[in-house]
Design a protein around this ligand. Sequence first.
Ligand code: COA
Length: 396
Amino acid sequence: MNAEIIVRAAEDRDVDGIVGLVEDRIGEEDAPEARLVLEDPGFDRTRWSVAVDGDRVVSTMATFPMHIRFGSVAIPGSQIEFVATDADYEGRGLVRRQFDYHHADLEHRGELLQVIVGITYFYRRLGYEYALPLADWRTIQPEEITELPDDRVVRPATIDDIETLVRLNAATQQHADVGVAFTPELWHLVLTSPVYRTLIVERAAEAVACGRLYADEEPYVLDLSAQNRDDLAALLSGLAGLVPGKPLTIVDRLGTRPLLADIGSAEKTGDAYYARIGDPVAFLNAVRPELSRRLTASPLASGTGRGLISLYAASIRFDYADGVVGAFEWHPGEPAPISKGGSGVAPDRVTSLLIGPLGFSGLADRYPDVNGGKQAALMETLFPPMRSDVQSWVVP
Ligand SMILES: CC(C)(COP(=O)(O)OP(=O)(O)OC[C@H]1O[C@@H](n2cnc3c(N)ncnc32)[C@H](O)[C@@H]1OP(=O)(O)O)[C@@H](O)C(=O)NCCC(=O)NCCS
């Protein structure tokens, strides 16, 4: 049906078409950001796809590498942005075709986890799970903002501060079990984008806090990072000064929530980032040191055995002994894992099992096709509930 429409990596001749499509379907202010990326000579264009009908760009999307931390292990991953299809070409599978292109590309790059925020339900059709819950919104009224103390300086962040911004955000993300963080390249884009203003607080000439303002009708604060209330108060004072008289809505984070407990009003979003782990065996093998750490710290530390996790149409097997989790391997489907002493996890719950807030036992309580059997204690040990912190380019 789409024989005439080609999906491929973006090229120079597509840039104006992509920017126009982003402006039309996503938003006016997103268009300059798309151009910024596409005209960056350091950007790998094979990460930006188009569907073209002749010369006309009719659908597009892009991926950006992210730094992901799973417990103590760093793993490569990506965030997806700029998904849009021309209104005349919707419903023809063009976004699905581009996801196929990117999933193959990301697998080739060894990026084991993808994160995306956006259109309700849609990305579940494309293999994503709502696995990383969004923290609360916290709204702070102008009268709650205190004056900037004399011993702190607030200033705009520049591209010379990228290392500092990475460090401050990493410290705040330490409170989470799973952290999805900007790479220096993504910080560069965000700092050069006309859409955001990022501030840094200095105390005794040392950078101690930062935050990124999206100054919409309702201003939002992303990437809030601080280690104590006074540094945070100084930052809020600087941010509020950029949007006088308006309340600030903060995308709360595990690491800063305790510092904000008695300021503003919090509202649950009930929302989550979508995530996808395309190859659970590759992911499990990458995070084996963390899984072994969990096993060693558990009452099963001295246990020995062969684990079986059936995804029903395929299964995963691994050995464990004396606190060390061995290599995970794909095996054929096992429709009745419980009778074999193993466990079952529906394939569309695997991402939630590995990085989600419910852990194995929470999923097993809710879903009949997630079962522990005799191996339940091992599954609970390896896959506890995970708390996450996601840095997302756009306001979620
Ligand atoms: C949402 C949008 C990206 C879909 O693009 P598209 O090219 O029509 O998508 P596809 O045809 O590839 O759809 C893939 C699947 O999702 C389904 N689908 C399409 N739009 C959907 C929606 N809004 N909700 C749920 N499912 C949807 C399709 O039926 C198709 O299902 P199938 O493959 O199982 O038959 C497009 O409508 C758009 O550009 N919207 C405005 C821009 C936007 O909101 N971008 C996201 C910013 S974060």
